[in-house]
Design a protein around this ligand. Structure first.
Ligand SMILES: [Ca+2]
Length: 428
């Protein structure tokens, strides 16, 4: 890795690298004046598409959407299935689909869970299904949905034939919902193999119960639990010792972060451990907030990261009374205003892909026809979200997810499955 390589890269990929270079701020491996070339190569600068220098594309590669399948129902989640090479897709009405993205014309396997999923209101339903570790070194399915009473459920099911077995369902969390909207419902395992559970503020508008700032309330939070532990009789999981209220205090032991309104999708960058949380705004501002591994791994007692809702909506004041609860306030890394969109759909960081998109965070907005994207810039030791740009996209994207093949997929409420592929800069 030499200066000469960097120079050539800057010529070949001027648009992408200009922002990355600007963010390097004169320190770290991206700095143009740092000459030792020692240490690991920067994925942004030296390995953006995994190709040798001489084979880099002549123009910047931007993300675009390629439709893979249609008419799959009201899709709200996508991710790897338990069975190798397949995708799990969640139909909000309560059906889990298993699809082979290499053979998308074949009818998907269907698991009907409508006996327990309630989906009358638009934000209710089957919201997520993923696989993950379980006690005894096994693998299980973890599902998130609203039940027929409208309450939020996070449950575990054993796998049978590669699909969740509903007869084995074990409810881990049951969170009463005061209103039908803002149910959160995303599930993701962190780099620590702990389960991160995003909950909405309970709904209505403006967080009337001030739940998001109350660390004792499970609503309006990022929860974190250890599902490999068998629990202690009062709960069927373990409490990670790094949670800010693990040892007691004024908050619930499951609470990791406070001040969330409706974190409709968040993602961990597998290369840097950066956590990107997209929080849906009220009527004005949509936001992405980022936390480094250092910011979320081990929290001091009584000090959750506080993402500021409902005192602030994105980067503007929302409600003064009753003010901030405890915790380190962390403002958004990126915001945009209505009517550029109306409801952010948080995305994923592309890392396994080798078509020129590596290191990009992609996301969308439910109301907008653009695809948002930005490089994750690793400026020395601290990863951060780079300059956000937009490409043509489609409306009603409800979720993104990693595929089994390193491809990031997107789904829509209209039943379409898309792969995120590389387009040219001319698409802008
Ligand atoms: Ca916020």
């Amino acid at each position: 890795m030499t200066i000469r390589h960097r120079h050539r890269h800057r010529i070949v990929l001027p648009l992408l690298l200009a922002s990355a270079m600007a963010m390097a701020s004169g320190c770290g491996p991206l700095a143009p004046d740092e000459g030792d070339g020692a240490g690991p190569a920067s994925p942004v600068e030296l390995d953006r598409d995994g190709s040798p220098i001489g084979e880099l594309p002549q123009r910047p590669v931007t993300p675009a959407l390629q439709r893979i399948a249609s008419d799959l129902g009201e899709l709200v989640a996508v991710g790897p299935a338990a069975r190798e090479g397949r995708l799990w897709l969640a139909d909000r009405s309560g059906v889990l689909l298993e699809l082979d993205p290499q053979d998308p014309g074949r009818a998907p396997v269907e698991l009907n869970l409508r006996d327990r999923v309630g989906s009358r209101a638009g934000e209710q339903g089957l919201l997520q299904a993923i696989t993950g570790p379980a006690p005894g070194g096994t693998t299980a399915a973890y599902l998130s949905y609203t039940d027929t009473s409208g309450d939020s459920i996070v449950s575990r099911m054993q796998l049978a034939g590669g699909m969740p077995d509903p007869a084995t369902e074990q409810v881990l969390l049951r969170i009463p919902q005061p209103f039908s909207n803002h149910n959160g419902g995303h599930l993701a395992f962190g780099p620590d193999d702990l389960l991160y559970v995003g909950t909405g503020d309970g709904g209505s508008a403006g967080d009337p119960g001030n739940r998001a700032q109350d660390p004792a309330d499970l609503l309006g939070k990022m929860l974190r639990i250890d599902v490999t532990a068998t629990g202690d009789g009062t709960r069927a999981y373990g409490i990670p010792p790094g949670n800010p209220y693990a040892a007691g205090g004024d908050g619930a032991p499951e609470v990791l972060m406070t001040g969330l309104r409706n974190p409709w999708r968040y993602a961990f960058d597998p290369a840097t451990d950066l956590l990107l949380v997209a929080d849906v705004g009220q009527n004005a501002v949509e936001e992405v907030t980022t936390l480094t591994g250092e910011q979320y791994a081990e929290r001091p007692a009584g000090d959750p990261p506080n993402l500021e809702w409902a005192v602030r909506e994105g980067d503007v004041p929302f409600r003064e009374d009753p003010g901030f609860g405890p915790g380190e306030r962390i403002g958004p890394a990126y915001t945009y205003r209505h009517p550029e969109g109306c409801s952010i759909t948080g995305g994923e960081v592309i890392r396994g892909d080798d078509r020129g998109l590596r290191g990009l965070y992609v996301f969308a907005d439910w109301c907008a026809d653009w695809l948002g994207w930005a490089p994750i810039a690793d400026a020395g030791a601290v990863p951060e979200l780079g300059e956000v740009r937009r490409s043509p996209g489609v409306e009603r994207i409800t979720s993104f997810g990693q595929g089994p093949d390193g491809v990031v997929y997107a789904v829509t409420g209209g039943g379409d499955l898309y792969a995120v592929v590389g387009g040219s800069a001319d698409d802008d």
